[in-house]
Design a protein around this ligand. Structure first.
Ligand code: NAI
Ligand code: MG
Length: 327
């Protein structure tokens, strides 16, 4: 069966790392049909629109979407695209790989970030010249969906004993109260162990003792910030993949943005996007091929070549070729 894969490179290094991931997927000789579509700042400059309807529709109908990054229009592009695939959770593994000079080599975390609401629900207002407001939305239904997913996620593998709920329900009693209590009761019903940590305390503890944590369920903004923090522990944003998973579709993208400081130089680290592509393979049921990609990336991170963010002098293409050779 042919799978249709939407490919949306976007802006900046998105245009460099997305083709690299497609090269890796093509080397696997799976029956994929890649359909490329445009979105982002450069498209907006040219046409006035950052996310055309046809790009949205493609993501909404393809079996999976591979996305690079968008610049200043990121919120106008990525939030609707996550909606197009009906994604309720963003899975963000942050793992220190052998051979990489990580601040915390013992880090091996998976963030399960609520992907539809919280402060990113889009309810911002400018009441007066002086006052801007934001409505934070947390529903029992979205929290339960994340809770169910977290339970399934930790039950599927022997590597996980349970998960940690990160929240700030001591201050945001209603919203994070719903978040925490709903997830906790779903976990209890499923016989899955949980513990909970306030998000500010978590930020300190994860830096000092990352080995104390494993799978973390967190609200939207906290997941965004804390996973970037974890990127700092493992060697940088060039290493963090993500999967926006819905019930039928998924959108796979690196955690990083367009990296304007290095865009166009051909030295962006493609690992985050290639690992995101491996997560896409898993999602589509190609477990063996996903495993092969993970192994090839890990071997390349350990033995080189490496891009400058990891202390090397290799180009994006050098690293991609080395990964393909190791498949
Ligand atoms: P960024 O992630 O683009 O870059 C932060 C730092 O990490 C830079 O020094 C960059 O060179 C480095 N970096 C990131 N990815 C790398 C890679 N693959 N290889 C080597 N180095 C890498 O974040 P920043 O600078 O805050 O944002 C730049 C633009 O990207 C902004 O316009 C922002 O709106 C957008 N953005 C888009 C996202 C998306 O499309 N999902 C996510 C985050 C930011
Ligand atoms: Mg982010």
């Amino acid at each position: 069966m042919t799978h249709e894969i939407a490919v949306i490179p976007g802006d900046g290094i998105g245009k460099e790392v997305t083709p690299a991931a497609v090269d890796v997927l093509e080397a696997l000789e799976i029956d994929f049909e890649f359909v490329e579509a445009d979105a982002g700042d450069s498209l907006k400059e040219a046409t006035g629109e950052a996310l055309p309807q046809e790009t949205y529709d493609l993501a909404a109908s393809a079996d999976a979407t591979l996305f690079g990054a968008a610049g200043e229009t990121a919120a106008d592009v990525i939030l609707p695209l996550r909606d197009a695939v009906d994604s309720f959770v963003n899975i963000r593994p942050a793992k220190a790989y052998p051979g990489i000079d990580a601040v915390r080599p013992e880090t091996d975390l998976v963030f399960l970030r609520e992907n539809t609401e919280g402060v990113y629900a889009g309810h911002e207002d400018r009441l007066t010249e002086d006052v801007a407001t934001l409505t934070r939305v947390v529903t029992e239904s979205a929290s339960a969906e994340l809770g169910e997913f977290a339970c399934e996620y930790v039950s599927e593998s022997d590597d996980h004993d349970g998960f940690t709920i990160v929240h700030k329900a001591n201050v945001m009693r209603e919203t994070d109260g719903v978040f925490r209590d709903t997830i906790k009761s779903v976990a209890d019903e499923n016989g899955v162990e949980t513990d909970e940590v306030l998000m500010d305390a978590f930020a300190t503890r994860v830096c000092l003792e990352p080995e104390q944590f494993d799978v973390i369920a967190c609200p939207n903004l906290a997941g965004d910030v804390l996973s970037d923090l974890a990127a700092g522990l493992v060697g940088g944003l060039g290493l963090l993949p993500s999967a926006n998973v819905g019930s039928e579709r998924g959108l796979f993208e690196p955690v990083h943005g367009t990296a304007p400081d290095i865009a166009g130089e051909g030295v962006a680290n493609p690992a985050a996007t290639i690992i995101s592509a491996a997560m896409m393979l898993e999602f589509l049921g190609y477990d063996e091929q996903a495993h092969a990609v993970h192994e090839a990336v890990e071997a390349t991170l350990e033995e080189g070549p490496r891009t400058p963010d990891l202390g090397g002098d290799a180009s994006t293409d050098d690293v991609t070729d080395a990964i393909i050779e190791r498949l």
